[in-house]
Write a protein that binds this ligand. Sequence first.
Ligand SMILES: [Mg+2]
Length: 372
Amino acid sequence: MKIVAVEPFILHLPLTASSISDSTHNITHWGVVGAKITTDTGLEGFGFTGTHAHLPSDRLITACIRDCYAPLLIGEDATENARLWTKLARHPALQWVGRAGITHLALAAIDIALWDLRAKQAQLPLWRYLGGSHNAGVEAYNTDIGWLSFSLDRMLESTKRAIEVDGFRRIKIKVGHDNPMTDIARLTAVRRAVGPEIRIAIDGNGKWDLPTCLRFCHAAKDLDIFWFEEPMWYDDVSSHASLARATNIPVALGEQLYTLDAFRAFIEAGAVHYVQPDVTRLGGITEYIQVADLAHAYRLPIAPHAGDMSQVHVHLSFWHPAASILEYIPWIKDHFAEPIAVKDGFYVRPEHPGAGTTPLAKSLAGFSQPIA
Ligand SMILES: [Mg+2]
């Protein structure tokens, strides 16, 4: 199965709301920036990374795919994806400027497309191609109800709908106001509205420092918070280790970490309880599996971040023994041949061959941005 073409693409897909904010980001669209890899068998694989739909930086990723990686891939056997990962990631000139950032996001797109091809060639959904389903059910948690930009009334209304109409038993609320007591007041109102049975996780998106987090966690101790995600700056291992020792609220992180080595540093330091890898920021599925196995070796649960809006992670979560729960954000699902679906709070197991990454032709036609 020889690679004959590698074609980058950029899609800017609208959110369910006109815009959303957390403590750090404000966006109106999700960027699906990736590659279609065509083989001499006629099979096509799709892979992508997730962005904030910022066209100038999206074009840096597609330029890396088109100008740096494609020439290294043309003529190669697509079934040798493990070797190709190393060929791209450890190419001396690219390693010199990369190992994280733009080159790694581009690598993620390529690696996912190659796994998509292998599973399609086997005519199996990725989870089955990898060896089958360890997990009978993958529970979803809904992030799209608790943005920092939502008023308390809107958050309560969307939370009520998610629980009573859509069947979610888990939600995530964004935190990170300048005064953390504003967040305590919002969370107290949510806890009062949903009762004791609903699992509430929170996400700070790296905004606060250690003293603010300590003060917040002390004030939140009676709210039964399931985890505190990205409490502090993404790369700060020692502060997260200090917080993990000081509070009973479990720490979750990983969506901003690019490499296996970065995860190892947090895990070895005891700085994370829920490990949150993302295939679209790590070097694709290949490196995700390494991180998931590392977490499993420490008996830590993994709860992937939905940079792929969980088209790929749903396969990996049914498959991998360390998988626990999976984020749900419904912004891009309807642009794929097999959209993710949640029923009664649990993910529906995908059954189409591949990695769940094939966009609809009409979405490619209607939402593509010019790559240069
Ligand atoms: Mg997050």
